[in-house]
Write a protein of this length. Structure first.
Length: 238
């Protein structure tokens, strides 16, 4: 085991980055690209859009917990800590998480309103392809999956990628790479991903790059997922 640890510690930073990004997001990106040309798989509604049911949420939780266990061990051996990615919880950062959620929703609603104004037909078609939640989905699973997913994504797509790239490639490059990767594994959402995932990636990325506080991103992401998978999300969608 000591030899393995030593081998991992000696890996170049570029190899570390490739290992983390590939392990965390390689399969989700591949699956997302495949789903763009499919009918959404077994958990799909009429029209081919993905439906998040209990089985889908269990798969997400299982996959991300397994991926996290491997990556956390790998990065711990490499010397990464929670302090390095700015993960600490306080009343102040929790309040910032709620403000980040509000700001993100205002931007997204404004962009969707503008898109509907200039391209109503395309937006209507895109909405039909957008994933939805099964009305009978377990709320316990919604909270569990939202928490696991929010932590998994933000720790690696924001906390790790931006922290690793910013010192060597600059903040703009780090944020843009983070946003592109975030978009790639959300391509299954169809055209609406362009006006939802890209703004989220840029808002979250620039906030994190400026403050180095990860908890607000995690909290905002968890809340966005809970809203999207719950009755509140269906009400907001009209």
């Amino acid at each position: 085991m000591k030899q393995l640890h030593e081998l991992i510690r000696r890996l170049p930073a570029g190899v570390e980055f490739l290992v983390v990004v590939t392990w965390a997001f390689g399969l989700p990106i591949f699956s997302s690209i495949l789903m763009m040309g499919s009918e959404g798989g077994p958990a799909a509604r009429a029209g081919g859009a993905l439906v998040f049911n209990n089985a889908a949420l269990i798969n997400i939780v299982s996959f991300e917990l397994l991926q996290s266990a491997v990556l956390v061990w790998f990065l711990w051996v490499r010397g990464w800590t929670l302090e390095k990615i700015g993960l600490s919880v306080s009343w102040r950062t929790t309040w910032h998480g709620w403000l980040l959620l509000l700001a993100t929703y205002v931007v997204l609603m404004g962009l969707q309103w503008l898109a509907g104004l200039f391209a109503p037909g395309e937006i209507q078609t895109a909405v039909q392809r957008y994933p939805s939640a099964d009305p009978l989905v377990s709320m316990q699973l919604v909270f569990l999956a939202s928490t696991v997913n929010g932590m998994f994504e933000e720790v690696f797509v924001a906390g790790y990628i931006i922290t690793a790239l910013a010192p060597v490639r600059g903040t703009w490059t780090a944020v843009n790479v983070s946003t592109v990767i975030r978009l790639l594994y959300h391509l299954y959402q169809g055209p609406l991903a362009l006006i939802t995932i890209i703004p989220i990636g840029l808002i979250f990325g620039h906030y994190y790059a400026r403050t180095r506080q990860l908890w607000p991103l995690i909290l905002a992401h968890i809340l966005i997922d809970i809203i999207g998978l719950s009755a509140l999300g269906r009400w907001l969608e009209g």
